[in-house]
Design a protein around this ligand. Structure first.
Ligand code: MG
Length: 300
């Protein structure tokens, strides 16, 4: 009997989203099912951000995402649909969104992930010890950090910290980062909008993950913690827990199992509107800049 190489992947997940304590709308969107997990953070005044994020997530989830190539094409299609919608509707002109996602690929006994990203929403992997950001932020300050022109600490307070260098829907074409990854037993994947990471340090994120082994509890705890820290932006978190079982090849193989679906938990905590929200609304992302644009701005 051959006992080699067969793995059955089980995923459990939970998600939470909240508009935060300052914003009056939630312009984040998300998608969670057994084959696709996505977070989008829209931008572009009034309702534009909300529309862009929802179109992007809907287009991605309805397009084929059963291979890395199709997954990347689905991102390109999301870009096309958001961009075309913005061109057709003057009140939505200039809207765009981040989009970060995991698609579950492969045959039943060799499941793996495809990851794709545009913008500064993030995917992390935590295995109980190592905490790793898998995605690169496509933002002006992240570029400066990568060039070692500023530090991470400078980036957190930089006046252009909200400027993206890539987004879905802003231009007619988009460059997508995408790659394959094999999840390991005990891995936890966290997809989030910047409302989480602008409020909490990596250490704080790990603390909440360790305290909350259930994916749904972890997602809710992280969103609550972002609000406790100020909740200056919409916050969306998806947590996926990975369980891998080695199986014998002779066993009847039903493939990847989704043992426990922990449905979206919507947390409402909107007690802090008013004057301060108007101040912070001005800070919200409304434009995407190329690095050359920013350099021009600085010269003016
Ligand atoms: Mg945001």
């Amino acid at each position: 009997m051959n006992e080699s190489g067969k793995r059955r992947l089980s995923l459990s997940w939970g998600a939470a989203t909240d508009q935060g304590r300052v914003r009056t709308t939630n312009q984040d969107a998300m998608h969670t099912d057994s084959g696709l997990f996505a977070v989008a953070d829209g931008m572009g005044g009034h309702q534009g951000g909300e529309v862009a994020a929802n179109i992007a997530v809907r287009t991605l989830s309805s397009a084929k995402h059963d291979s890395l190539e199709n997954f990347e094409s689905a991102f390109v299609e999301a870009n096309r649909v958001v961009h075309q919608t913005a061109l057709n509707k003057p009140n939505l002109h200039g809207m765009g969104t981040t989009l970060t996602a995991i698609a579950v690929l492969g045959a039943a006994d060799s499941r793996h992930f495809a990851i794709a990203n545009v913008g500064d929403s993030r995917i992390y992997r935590f295995n109980g010890a190592e905490f790793e950001q898998l995605t690169l932020d496509h933002s002006y300050v992240a570029e400066l950090v990568r060039r070692e022109e500023i530090t991470e600490a400078d980036a957190a307070t930089h006046p252009y910290r909200n400027m993206l260098t890539r987004a879905i829907g802003v231009h007619s074409e988009v460059q997508v980062d995408s790659w394959r990854l094999t999840p390991k037993e005990g891995d936890r994947f966290i997809l989030c909008s910047d409302g989480l990471t602008n409020e909490l340090s990596d250490t704080e994120l790990m603390k909440h993950l360790l305290k909350n082994p259930l994916a749904s509890n972890a997602a809710k705890a992280l969103v609550r913690a972002a609000n406790m820290h100020g909740g200056r932006d919409n916050t969306t978190v998806v947590v996926i827990n990975v369980n891998i079982e080695n199986i014998q090849t002779s066993e009847s193989d039903t493939g990847a199992q989704v043992n426990e679906k922990q449905s979206n938990s919507l947390i409402s905590d909107n007690k802090h509107n008013g004057l301060i929200s108007k101040l912070f609304l001005r800070l919200k992302r409304t434009r995407v800049f190329d690095l050359s644009d920013v350099n021009n701005l600085e010269e003016n």
